[in-house]
Write a protein that binds this ligand. Sequence first.
Ligand code: PBG
Length: 337
Amino acid sequence: MHALGKYPHKRMRRMRHDEFSRRLMRETLLTPADLIYPVFVLDGNNRSEQVASMPGVIRQTLDKLLHQAEECVKLGIPALAIFPVIDLPLKSLDAAEAYNPEGLVPRVVRALKQRFPELGIITDIALDPYTIHGQDGLIDSNGYVLNDETVAVLVKQALTHAEAGADVVAPSDMMDGRIGAIRNALDSQNHIHTRILAYSAKYASSFYGPFRDAVGSSANLGAGNKYTYQMDPANSDEALWEVGLDLEEGADMVMIKPGMPYLDIVRRIKDTYQAPTFVYQVSGEYAMLKAAAQNGWLNEKACVLEALLGFKRAGADGILTYFALDAANWLMESKME
Ligand code: PBG
């Protein structure tokens, strides 16, 4: 009970008055330990290229990537996610390069694990870098992506990566049943510690455009789309269903992708399953923030840290972000202040 008087009964602003009390009531904490750094790797030596639609992001060869990996270790970023740029002659209809033990990804994984054994290495399980049509799987004569035939190849790809020393395999393809099939195969080959990060709620999003430029799959994909396997952005219950299946099949961690337009999905999934939940701030989200910052329209550091904090507040345990190095540097700086 309170009297309706001249003064507000409760002054919410009292706690906001000073930095000490703002800090005391702060609920969500963002640290470098929340970040996963996605990187694009090229074959060869001493080469790097700018990704035009992602200013500040490069494709680079292993020798150069080692420097960034070292920086991640220094900054306390727990893991790298590797995305290969596959040379055109190695792309095919059957995506056989995806499970070549001497392919780019296994070589990069071995080198990284040897140099930085404590840095977590996550590999992408999907066929789009390896197919000439840029789809995430094998197709039939109508261009339809075949489920079970694709899963058989994904299993080989996951085994190849695990054998090379990948700590986490991350199927980003959205085929049905792939998590169970991969878990089974890994266990049968004694890779019982290889974790699976399932892209469980992966939407058919237009925010992936710059990524497809980065890995060079957009030209191959052309006017094609991924509507028959990635999720409809209109759906939310379906995301819970997908996550439930992936956890049942043996996923250790689940992911929602993209990030910012899907914060409601992050919250629902975390509340429903309490499983380790990750979110991908995708290439298009990076491009938007970067473009606005470059035009002087947004304060880059403040807006990026606010967006990342928002993911954690929504329930994410960690975030894949192309801003990982910058964000970790900013977080360390502000700790020193
Ligand atoms: C494909 C894959 C995509 C991304 C990660 N893995 C694109 C797609 O599904 O076409 C997108 C990541 C990003 O946009 O940053 N397996």
